[in-house]
Design a protein around this ligand. Sequence first.
Ligand SMILES: CC(C)(COP(=O)(O)OP(=O)(O)OC[C@H]1O[C@@H](n2cnc3c(N)ncnc32)[C@H](O)[C@@H]1OP(=O)(O)O)[C@@H](O)C(=O)NCCC(=O)NCCS
Length: 368
Amino acid sequence: MGRLLRYIPAKLDHVRTLGAAGLVMGSLSLPGRREREHAVLASEVIDIRQFTARDFEPLLEAESRIWRETLRWDYTTSRRLISSWLDEKRLSGYAFLRDGQITGYSFFFYEAEKALIADLFVMPEEEQVGPARVLLEHVIETLLATPGLRRVETQLPHFTFEELEPCFRAHGFAGFLRRFMALSLATRRPDSAVPGQEAGHPTSQAVSVPGDFCVEPWERKHDPPAAALLYSTYGQHLDSRINDQYTSLAGATRLIESIVHQRGCGQLLPQGSLVALHRPTRKLAAALAITAVRPQTAHIPQVAVAREFQRVGLGTALMETSFRELARLGHEEVSLAVTDLNAGAVRLYQRLGFETFRTFGAFAWEGR
Ligand SMILES: CC(C)(COP(=O)(O)OP(=O)(O)OC[C@H]1O[C@@H](n2cnc3c(N)ncnc32)[C@H](O)[C@@H]1OP(=O)(O)O)[C@@H](O)C(=O)NCCC(=O)NCCS
């Protein structure tokens, strides 16, 4: 599944800050620079710490609207955090100004030897791609000049993969196409009639759980085995190239902690979050976390089935069970993000009724 941009560092004390003061563009060597310089004539790129949250209000308001309307996500909590970090001068990054107005920004965090580009956004009224690439260029150059940096990760849903990929490729990043998908829960409602289908349609029948397994609510005691499950399931998985927390048990533990207890991806919905246990061994065979990302929209930040129990219907059973409960509670849709190359998972989601409503890029730099 992978971490989307809702990254919140566990401790802001770990966030290093930039030394440089304001920078004007002009030293850039991007392809097509001349055209972009023409397009961004009265523009400059300035260290984000030169401003207060108040200066960013119109930009944050526009970004919140895009998150709500296009990405189906309530940005209120993130916006509040970003505003306080801006006022405390704790964010590292750059603002893009046109005619003295902030029309874009990008910021990043360091976590030990790793950096995360947490956001890149440009006002929708603007020509967005040129300023976005200029901002990115500043951020990447700053990060790659950081001594000892081992890795950089990012997922940037405000832009398509194609719009940003040339910029990242030029600096040796690997790129991965990601899909935002959503499923309407209308047909899962207990009282729903599926047009053209008799009562007894699969959506109205009981969910069948494979025989050797039982499904239970996700409780705190399941966190350690769920972390171990993620580590063993994703160790060699494509998504561990996007988010290297999967490559260690400590990282997988932090990921679970962030999803389940720190609202790293919305508020956990205990009613929809489930685990499957293998009856003969009592081993945790599968885990499904569900969060609320806006009223009536639930989200799947994590679903994993242990390798030895994959392809017997467990993933389907967990999701169908959860979706019925979510529909019963009044949720209207479920969203998720998936890597396009994870073809089996994409097929499974499509079979369940998910449709892609947005694609974007994840990028990772894995050292020189
Ligand atoms: C993606 C994932 C959660 C799916 O879980 P799963 O339990 O394997 O899924 P299901 O068994 O319900 O369905 C998947 C496949 O098994 C098949 N299947 C379902 N029941 C089956 C059965 N009784 N016998 C044989 N095959 C079966 C399905 O037809 C489907 O086949 P397909 O991929 O060829 O289309 C699981 O593979 C996984 O954890 N992968 C690694 C982590 C990951 O990628 N997570 C998702 C990130 S977005």
